[in-house]
Design a protein around this ligand. Structure first.
Ligand SMILES: O=c1ccn([C@@H]2O[C@H](COP(=O)(O)OP(=O)(O)O[C@H]3O[C@H](CO)[C@@H](O)[C@H](O)[C@H]3O)[C@@H](O)[C@H]2O)c(=O)[nH]1
Length: 841
């Protein structure tokens, strides 16, 4: 009988009032429009006689651009909402919780140290969520035995760590962060529990230190020499190797009574120089496909078999299902052989052996069945494509288990390797949004903000994004997706288009979209037609070969992977583009900001890493803007809403909005005060505002311009874009000179000889020279107004010098704090050319 008990609301949408901000928005807009009108009448009013000066025309274009940017930003900020989530209300719905596959990506053991990845993984293994509904997959594009080793050791450590966290309600479950501070003391430090806790804490800390030593001392060459688990890495070159998949922990091994923790699987997808690997997007797609074969599940209590080869499909009456205990497979084979012949029995046995591999450890499966002899024949036995009726024939309740090899978790979480789960209830919070709407369309994906651990005070490199990061975008990490959304499925929008709900795609359609793996096609059908609550399945070890098949680098050829399915290719900011594709399919997303923050990552420090990261982001954003994925086209041709389109334009045009020096003083002040107040509103320091402000100037003069040129070259077919992995903070060699310097003054800008520094260096020189020459003219030609610069010029150049102050210091700095002479020389030549050009026109 259906339960009549009313379910408690899991989330509440709270509109955020911002009347004062809206008034300020409108005031700035009116000023801009007035200025634009004034400029336009002055430029156009003369009717071309005399022709307006070129710099007035340029100013008109710039002011028009700035007005457009202001309008786009106003739209994005106009009506913000907050979602309050109530995870405690899920307590009575624990059985309904869907399975979640957690994906972690890492790409370079030098830049992203294995210890950092291990900590991220440990924080995920220890979250508060039923362990058998979780699995953690690590994609290693670095194909590093040390990373694999670190994860194997982490899995071992998790046997102690996860029970410790659950027993003592540990807050932050990344051990490196947890053990960085003293143990939290309870209210009565003398009581037994407290004493026991302190004993446990000390023992656990010592275990963690041993883990750190093991990982830090691990050496690639000796691991590979060891063979065993690492034998496959022997001939593996980073950019040329077959797929390596290792099951580092299989949750089904947990014994009753164990606290248990999720399965952990290491995946280094196949790489071959002949195939583009599509960076992180490619890695995510391989996980997505590979994982759909190997998500965990409880073991089958019984197996239902029915031969349904094309040969036998037409039999009347149709062959029956037969129920067998996993331990009597020999009997099953004999019975089927007697009824339908030996080939059918072989196929049935093959399926059964796959299903029962997990029982083998207990000696349950018969040796004569040869597990997974040929999974293709097993498939033929499980599912008859010509009839497409398999699922309907299976007894209800057993369906997902019989198609065990086909099913997968309906929700996926993805995080970068340097971003640990900071709130152990993070998945429960996300579930409040994924399960908490009447209609699934409202939460195609659920994004937590990017926040940073141990971030340098006052954000000196302007990359912590506290103010900018509020919104609808998929940010590549800290995000939960419905798997069907990633498969490119459109939501069933009952209210919007009655009667137009899309039916399940046919087998043929899915085959064309997803590629030749029959298992993958079948598993996607179950996800597409199912809802959040379809049970996950297991049997990881015997699905490895099938997972390897879809991890091959040529698997995606002539399929829709990277376009209509999976993470989208063609931009270095695959996250924003993938989010846009999801929104274009009419899904909506929800943003959740928990207290404590859901995830914490690490922001790069130092000039080279920060500028490289911004250049990559900007390249990615321009790649989208100048391609067929442009949001304007998506809004015309697909279902991207107009305001969403404007929202995306804010992001894509962000690098091209450089306002403050091209509008008169009132606007200049107002914009800066507005910007400043936004930082105050987020309780970020005034210093951080200034740092962000000046870094935006620096980024726009360096990373953004180079990125634009890169995309221009790509569009003209002259070069390709490359994903330059951000150097992780902890990857700095501490003992080195650079490490010592960085530790001495972590917020100070550092330099190298990258071309990205040439333009800002040139701008700094130019403005210093302009001030010096201006001052000289004022002194020498005092009174002759036509020769002397005005106060405005001094203010603007002075402001520029202040913004580029890290470069001024760079002229006198030493080591990595100094601008290399090669950069200064090239910048000097640029300045010379510019001045020469200006004097001629
Ligand atoms: O070939 C590659 C390159 C990168 N990565 C992974 O991609 C992630 C992001 O790379 P990182 O260098 O850390 O870039 P960030 O600029 O720090 O990342 C931000 O920007 C990226 C591009 O927009 C998003 O994908 C990220 O989620 C977002 O945090 C990391 O886990 C990498 O290991 C791969 O798996 N394979």
């Amino acid at each position: 009988m259906a339960s009549t008990k009313k379910k408690l609301q899991l989330q509440e949408r709270v509109p955020l009032g911002r009347t004062a901000w809206k008034l300020a928005d409108l005031a700035v807009l009116s000023l801009l429009l007035a200025l634009l009108a004034h400029r336009a009448t002055s430029v156009l009013g003369s009717g071309g006689d005399p022709p307006p000066p070129w710099h007035w025309l340029a100013a008109l274009v710039c002011e028009g651009w700035f007005t457009l940017m202001w309008l786009l930003n106003m739209n994005a900020k106009w009506s913000p909402v907050r979602f309050d989530t109530f995870p405690e209300r899920l307590a009575e719905r624990m059985d309904e919780l869907p399975a979640v596959d957690m994906f972690v990506t890492t790409a370079d053991p030098e830049l992203e140290p294995p210890l950092v990845t291990a900590n991220t993984v440990l924080s995920l293994l220890a979250v508060d969520y039923p362990a058998h509904k979780l699995a953690c997959y690590v994609s290693d594009d670095g194909c590093s035995p040390v990373t694999c080793y670190a994860l194997r050791e982490a899995a071992e450590f998790a046997r102690l760590w996860v029970p410790f966290c659950k027993r003592h309600g540990v807050g932050v479950r990344a051990p490196s962060v947890y053990f960085a501070s003293d143990p939290e003391r309870g209210s009565s430090p003398a009581d037994d529990e407290q004493a026991e806790f302190l004993r446990d804490w000390a023992a656990m800390k010592s275990e963690y230190e041993k883990l750190v030593t093991r990982i830090e001392n691990a050496d690639e060459a000796s691991l590979v020499r060891q063979g065993g688990d690492f034998a496959e890495f022997l001939d593996a070159e980073r950019k040329n190797h077959p797929t390596i998949i290792k099951v580092l922990w299989d949750n089904s091994k947990s014994t009753p009574g164990d606290v248990g923790f999720p399965s952990l699987i290491y995946v280094a997808r196949e790489k071959n120089p002949r195939y583009h690997h599509h960076f992180k997007a490619g890695a995510m797609n391989v996980l997505l496909a590979a994982v759909s074969h190997s998500a965990p599940t409880p073991l089958p209590p019984a197996i239902w078999l029915r031969p349904c080869t094309p040969l036998l499909a037409g039999l009347h009456p149709p062959p029956e299902f037969r129920r067998f205990a996993p331990s009597s497979l020999r009997a099953a084979r004999q019975a089927i052989s007697a009824a339908y012949g030996l080939p059918a029995a072989r196929q049935a046995a093959s399926v059964a052996s796959n299903l029962c591999a997990a029982h083998q450890a207990a000696g349950a499966a018969s040796a004569s069945l040869r597990p997974a002899a040929t999974h293709r024949s097993a498939t033929a036995c499980r599912y008859s494509p010509s009839r497409q009726r398999w699922a309907a024939d299976v007894p209800p309740g057993l369906r997902t288990r019989v198609s065990a090899l086909l099913t997968n978790a309906p929700i996926m979480l993805n995080v970068d390797c340097d971003m640990f789960a900071n709130n152990p209830k993070v998945i429960l919070h996300a579930m409040c949004l994924l399960m908490g709407f009447d209609d699934e369309v409202h939460s195609g994906f659920v994004q937590a903000p990017q926040k940073f651990y141990g971030a340098i005070k006052d954000d000196p490199f302007g990359n912590q994004m506290e103010v900018k990061f509020k919104g609808m975008f998929y940010a590549g990490t800290g995000c939960f997706h419905r798997r069907k959304v990633i498969y490119g499925v459109q939501p069933a929008i009952r209210d919007l288009e009655p009667g137009k709900i899309k039916g399940s795609p046919s087998y043929k359609e899915l085959h064309a979209k997803l590629g030749s793996s029959r298992e993958l096609v079948d598993s996607s059908r179950s996800i597409i037609s199912g809802n959040l609550f379809s049970a996950p399945i297991a049997n990881i070890p015997c699905r490895i070969e099938a997972a390897k098949e879809v991890s091959a680098c040529n698997y995606e050829h002539h399929t829709c992977w990277g376009h209509e399915v999976g993470w989208v290719y063609g931009s270095l900011t695959e996250d924003i583009l993938t989010g846009q594709r999801i929104h274009s399919a009419a899904w909506r997303s929800a943003y959740f900001d928990t207290d404590p923050p859901a995830f914490l990552g690490s922001a790069p420090t130092g000039g080279p890493a920060s500028l490289t990261q911004y250049k990559r982001w900007t390249t990615g954003l321009f790649e989208i803007l100048l391609s067929k994925n442009n949001p304007i086209l998506s809004s015309i041709l697909e279902r991207l809403e107009f305001r969403q389109c404007l929202g995306y334009l804010v992001v894509y045009l962000w690098p091209a909005s450089e306002p403050s020096f091209i509008v008169p003083l009132a606007l200049f002040l107002m914009c800066n005060i507005y910007d400043f107040m936004e930082y105050m509103d987020c309780r970020v320091s005034a210093r951080a505002w200034w740092n962000n402000h000046r870094m935006q100037r620096i980024y726009s003069a360096s990373a953004w311009i180079l990125a634009f040129l890169t995309v221009l070259l790509k569009t003209l077919g002259l070069s390709e874009t490359v994903f330059e992995v951000t150097r992780n903070d902890q990857s700095k060699p501490d003992a080195s000179e650079a490490g010592a310097e960085a530790a001495a003054d972590s917020g100070r800008f550092t330099f190298d000889s990258s071309p990205v520094f040439i333009l800002p260096t040139a701008l700094t020189i130019l403005n210093i020279v302009a001030i010096a020459v201006g001052a000289w003219r004022v002194v020498c030609f005092a009174g002759a107004a036509e020769f002397g610069p005005g106060a405005g010029e001094f203010v603007c150049c002075g402001w520029m010098v202040l913004c580029f102050w890290p470069f001024v210091r760079g002229f006198v700095g030493k080591g990595s704090y100094g601008i290399p002479w090669s950069v200064t020389l090239k910048a000097g030549m640029l300045v010379f050319a510019f001045v020469h050009f200006c004097r001629r026109i």
